[in-house]
Design a protein around this ligand. Structure first.
Ligand code: DGL
Length: 278
């Protein structure tokens, strides 16, 4: 009998983490996944770090109850706020977090100016400060928050005039500062790549850490002796804490996911599977 790989739990505040899910599934097509979109609380970006930490804890417990054995925080905001705490609370669970890819951008920049777009909470956390201090001390790093972009991606407004206007407003100052690398520091932003490309042109390198995250997932599976291949088709389960039908539609459009989506509900800080599915 072929031993099945254990399911990987993946979560984000919404559809952004699907940009990471897509890379994991591409690299590890035989591995089951359980994806949670905490759309009841989206956006995480403007919330206090403590609050995001509570949500990340509740979702982790939910994923572990669903059988996940490795958990990916497919969200820069949640990683910055909660990764240390989760590792301390669940010492036997391997976690993979996200961080803005400042290091590769700083290594490869020729102009010496690197733009980073992310949520306010990601820039507030110690993680971002320490990344810049460790890897980009001699580089001019320009952080830029982008209010409205997460909501635009959630609504599927990937290249509407409103979204293009927001992008122009946020990216123009970075271009004027001379960036040659733009770090996508929020997992929602890779879905805006064609729109961003239209504005920044071919000269600016866009840096998305999702493929590196997928490789880290594979390394951890192997390190724990879990198989990362299977002869049967992988099983994917999706949950939204808000509107399951809307997540189903978005997942189909954004990453071609054809399966069903279930509802999960927060009750007194505990996330539970809801009974009905759309
Ligand atoms: N996609 C998330 C991130 O990477 C969170 C966006 C949000 O909810 O504000 O930061």
């Amino acid at each position: 009998m072929n031993q099945s790989p254990p399911p990987i739990g993946i979560f984000d505040s919404g559809v952004g983490g699907l940009s990471v899910w897509r890379e994991i599934v591409r690299l590890l097509p035989g591995v089951d996944t359980i994806y949670v979109a905490d759309q009841a609380h989206i956006p995480y970006g403007p919330r206090p770090l403590d609050e995001v930490r509570r949500y990340a804890d509740g979702i982790t417990r939910f994923l572990l109850r669903q059988g996940a054995r490795l958990i990916v925080l497919a969200c820069n905001t949640a990683s910055g706020a909660a990764l240390h705490k989760l590792r301390a609370t669940f010492p036997h669970v391997p976690f993979v977090g996200m961080e803005p890819a400042v290091k590769p951008a700083a290594e490869h920049t020729r102009s010496g100016v690197v733009g980073v777009i992310a949520t306010p909470a990601t820039f507030q956390g110690d993680l971002f400060r320490s990344l810049v201090a460790r890897f980009a001390a001699t580089v001019d790093v320009r952080p830029q928050t982008c209010p409205g972009l997460v909501t635009a991606v959630e609504a599927g407004a990937l290249d509407t005039p409103e979204t293009m206007a927001l992008l122009r407003r946020y990216l123009t100052p970075l271009l004027e500062a001379g960036i040659d690398h733009l770090v996508l520091g929020c997992t929602h932003y890779p879905f805006l790549t064609p729109a961003i490309r239209q504005i920044v042109g071919p000269q600016v390198t866009l840096v998305d850490p999702a493929p590196a995250v997928a490789r880290q997932v594979r390394r951890l599976l192997r390190r724990h002796g879990w198989p990362d291949e299977s002869r049967r088709r992988a099983d994917h389960r999706f949950y939204s804490t808000s509107d399951a039908a809307a997540l189903r539609q978005a997942a189909r459009t954004l990453v071609g996911y054809q399966g069903s989506v279930d509802a999960a509900r927060w009750e007194d800080g505990v996330l539970r599977e809801a009974q009905c599915s759309p």
